[in-house]
Design a protein around this ligand. Structure first.
Ligand code: SAM
Length: 364
């Protein structure tokens, strides 16, 4: 077995191995043996919200966006290597012209490997998901569903209009997002997942209201611990509401009952309440890291591969495509990058280094 340090010295271009260094038939894995099955693709760096914990409010898009066919070309390469789930994100993906066409094309792609890792000549449809702030979802939900979207996750950090506007810095945004969620539920894009990043002193008074929201609207509410990925370097450990504290709050509201995970790589711990009504997920990358099960890589809006949210650098797949790289050499390049995926993040440790990009410019 070739080690990572060997890889760095074997080949030409900056230690990048050539096609012969990886068995063509093997599915995408990193050096820790983690199968990489999920790809998150940012299709625009633009966003129509300026959430206080994410963006400074003064800066717009910082990175370019690519022709749709280029994203599809790169996604096809990843799928041929073992990717089974695609999540479209941004920026705000609903701002991207041609989004429906992207989803339609993705729905024609087929997985390349069976669950046991052996090559599959028939293939299954991809799991195609979307993460959005929901502002434009009411009108786009049906066309997206018709094009083949499997499910949608809506980011919504408050369930009262005032707090919501204070966070997004966009007036009258709450009603639009709620209408988008309801439309998605009605047309069968559900159960919709509603993601809430909890920030102490900002929206943690909403925890119980979110539990009610899940029970009343039939959506899965997922609380996410705040990570140091913001533009303006405002992250403090004290701002994070850790999982144990959150569980205690929810239990006081109504007793929680834990649900089994849907998959080993699932990031959320799942709960319902003692009457079976409502579903709450808790994603705790800070207090309970789940890097050991990570199955994700990311492609940024400008076509760079990122192997971890907290990577210190990204890898220019699009540049190689643009310079005429063949599918064979591009696949080898992807493998050579993924094999070097980081073991884990180092949030909260001495010497933690901020990643080279912020969440909005990576694609969450
Ligand atoms: N605009 C889309 C949206 O709002 O869902 C997609 C991009 S947004 C960057 C993706 C997700 O990242 C959102 O759910 C957002 O709340 C989350 N996010 C942004 N900054 C974060 C941070 N510092 N820690 C945890 N989650 C964060």
């Amino acid at each position: 077995m070739t080690t990572i340090s060997q890889l760095a010295t074997i080949n030409g271009e900056a230690g990048i191995p050539g096609p012969a260094d990886f068995p063509a038939q093997e599915r995408l894995r990193d050096s820790f043996g983690r199968a990489i099955t999920d790809l998150r693709v940012s299709i625009t760096d633009r966003c129509n919200y300026k959430c206080v914990y994410c963006r400074t409010g003064n800066e717009g898009a910082q990175f370019t966006e690519l022709p749709i066919e280029s994203y599809l070309h790169m996604v096809r390469l990843f799928v041929s290597l073992g990717i089974e789930k695609i999540r479209l994100t941004g920026g705000e993906p609903l701002l991207r012209k041609g989004l429906v066409d992207i989803v339609r094309e993705l729905s024609t792609m087929r997985t390349a490997y069976l669950p046991d890792g052996s090559p599959d000549s028939v293939g299954r449809t991809l799991d195609i998901a979307l993460t959005t702030n929901g502002h434009l979802l009411e009108d786009l939900a049906q066309p997206l569903k018709d094009a083949g979207l499997s499910r949608v996750t809506v980011s919504m950090d408050a369930v009262d209009p005032e707090t919501f506007t204070a966070i997004t810095r966009v007036p009258r945004s709450f009603d639009r997002v709620q209408a988008g969620i309801r439309r998605a539920q009605e047309i069968g894009l559900g159960p919709v997942k509603v993601n809430c990043v909890l920030l102490r002193g900002f929206n943690d008074h909403q925890i119980e209201s979110f539990a009610e929201f899940s029970r009343n609207e039939g959506v899965i509410v997922r609380f996410i611990e705040f990570m140091p990925l913001e533009e303006d370097r405002s992250w403090r450990p004290e701002t994070v509401v850790p999982m144990d504290e959150l569980v205690a709050r929810l239990n006081a509201f109504r007793p929680l009952v834990e649900l089994p995970p849907n998959a080993a790589s699932e990031t959320a711990r799942r709960f319902t309440f003692d009457d079976g009504l409502g579903e709450i997920g808790i994603i705790a990358p800070v207090s309970r890291p789940f890097c050991g099960h990570c199955s994700r890589v990311r492609l940024t809006s400008d076509g760079k591969i990122r192997t971890c949210l907290f990577s210190q650098s990204d890898h220019d797949l699009y540049g190689r495509l643009l310079r005429g790289g063949t599918d064979e050499t591009l696949r080898a390049y992807i493998r050579s990058i993924v094999i070097r995926k980081e073991a884990r993040h180092h949030i909260g440790e001495a010497g933690f280094q901020k990643p080279s990009r912020n969440m909005v410019h990576i694609g969450g």
